[in-house]
Design a protein around this ligand. Structure first.
Ligand SMILES: [Zn+2]
Length: 341
């Protein structure tokens, strides 16, 4: 599950996940927790903890019907530690292992929720959370017969920087696997960059003639238009404006070069975001479905998507079974978790 770092490798991986995605797109068992006991307790916790950033919590179902909740926690970025960052899943695994030392025999199921899906690769060289979860859940199943569900809302995959080395030349090359993104991705130009190149803070404006100033003004206005367009449309419109002023050849080329650079910078930022998001969701889906299909009928590890609600509303739920107060009282007490039944 370690990803390599060259663009050639990334291109191969991207192509591979694209080919696989038609089969795997809907294979993650999005509905499994909603058919059984997980539904009320998962929704209760999500309503209580919901936010749009990385966090995690865990719920354990005991044989006697009790639920133990391991409250919300955040990753530890490890700035002051020698052993580096700890992801939410790793911290929860540590807490669950402590609990299972004494109570393992009484636990029948575990739900781990992580806002972003377990990582497939880590830049710090540590073992990724997906592999750790695979090993740990196997151990929990072997020792205690526990099955585990891992629920998440957004795909993390190999993280937001896994295509950082991609260049404009690479995506705009017609034979590139990324060329369709170049053709279809619409974006707004980086208006701050446009102001820097063509605006009043451009010192070159002081000694240039009125015609060039008017061309600069028109390009600045074009660069600040809010409607998104493809790279080719931005380039064509910029060229039309520059050509309309019938400037000297050298000046024309200089303005066009600056315009192209503005379009390239803006395009690359947006295109890389889209490629990264698509790759991370496809790669995660592929790895998770592969794990589940290899584990077969008695799959003790399931990956489940809890999709982001469409509105800004938090997930809605009612308190599962008994009283909320009991959960709150226990939770505010000692370490470990809280329970209700
Ligand atoms: Zn991780």
């Amino acid at each position: 599950m370690r990803a390599k770092n060259t663009i050639a490798d990334k291109t191969c991986l991207f192509t591979y996940t694209t080919e696989q995605s038609s089969d795997n797109e809907h294979m993650i068992r999005v509905d499994s927790p909603f058919r059984d006991k997980w539904q009320p307790v998962l929704l209760y916790c999500l309503k209580k903890y919901w936010e749009l950033r990385q966090y995690g919590f865990a719920v354990l179902i005991m044989a006697n019907g009790e639920y133990w909740i391991f409250p919300k926690l955040y990753p530890d970025h490890g700035e002051n530690k020698t052993d580096g960052a700890k992801h939410s899943e790793e911290i929860l695994i540590g807490q669950i292992n402590q609990f299972l030392l004494h109570m393992g025999i009484n636990v029948i199921r575990i739900l781990i929720y992580t806002f972003k899906s377990p990582c497939l690769w880590r830049s710090d060289g540590n073992v990724c959370c997906t592999k750790k979860l695979l090993e740990q859940t196997h151990d929990w199943h072997r020792k205690f017969g526990i099955s585990t569900d891992v629920a998440f809302t957004e795909f993390w995959g190999c993280g937001p920087h896994c295509f950082k080395d991609l260049t404009y030349d690479h995506v705009s090359e017609p034979s590139s696997v990324f060329h369709s993104y170049f053709q279809t991705c619409v974006f707004k130009l980086l208006s701050k960059d446009a102001a820097k190149i063509y605006g009043s803070d451009n010192s070159e404006n002081e000694n240039i003639d009125d015609n060039i100033k008017r061309a600069n003004d028109k390009l600045l206005k074009l660069g600040q238009k809010p409607n998104p367009r493809t790279a080719e449309e931005h380039l064509r419109q910029g060229q039309e404006v520059i050509d309309s002023f019938k400037l000297e050849k050298e000046i024309n080329k200089k303005l066009l070069d600056k315009w192209s650079q503005l379009v390239k910078n803006s395009a690359l930022k947006r295109i890389k975001q889209k490629i990264t998001a698509d790759y991370n969701s496809r790669a995660s889906t592929h790895v998770y479905t592969d794990i589940m299909s290899k584990l077969g009928e008695n799959c003790y590890l399931k990956f489940v998507i809890y999709p982001k609600p469409s509105s800004k509303a938090k997930p809605t739920s009612t308190q599962p079974n008994r009283s909320r107060q009991m959960a709150a009282q226990t939770e505010s007490g000692s370490a470990g978790g809280c329970f209700f039944r």
